[in-house]
Design a protein around this ligand. Sequence first.
Ligand code: F6R
Ligand code: ZN
Length: 195
Amino acid sequence: MNISSRTSDIREPDAHVELPTGVLTGEHVAESVRTIADIADCFHDRAAADAADPAQLAYRVQRHAPVPEGTAGGLMFGATFLQPGRVGDEYLMTRGHFHAKRDAGEYYWHIAGQGMLVMMDEARHCWAVWLRNNALVYVPGRTAHRMVNTGAEPLVAGACWPADAGHDYDAIASHGFATRVRCIDNEPRLVADTE
Ligand code: F6R
Ligand code: ZN
């Protein structure tokens, strides 16, 4: 047995995840930033959205993309850092999306802070799962998903999804989610969008 040839291709990982914080560092890691201006149209209280500072940070997303987006069979790994706060009585949230490849699922897991993952199927039936206490949440295919921060600290969650899932933001931009998470009597409540 040629031991040296068997040990000659031991590599360093190209990236690291700091498990307590979710922070990604290394190769193939990119970051995007969304401000209040980027999510202003998500809130039902447009006057409150217009009164908010448009430049205020809403959330950051770090993505480790080891293969080009769209690669069949590949995976993407991400971390979302969602600020606490409200616009009117509605908690800060991510824009939310269906996957363009509708049957693509995704894993989310809670890292820090407290909030919910709100999901909506294609019949606009909505439900939410708490993102707290190290929750692991599976998002089935054909299900829109959005993080909502109901706590006082940044809500941090990891995610892993197929590299060819793609993101369809238009369906949510046009019709929103059927359910909102609003602060009522100092508690987060799911409220139908019509109320
Ligand atoms: C990827 C995914 C997350 C989100 C992130 C930001 O499929 O679900 O990485 O992209 O939480 O939310 P959006 O993309 O809705 O602005
Ligand atoms: Zn997704």
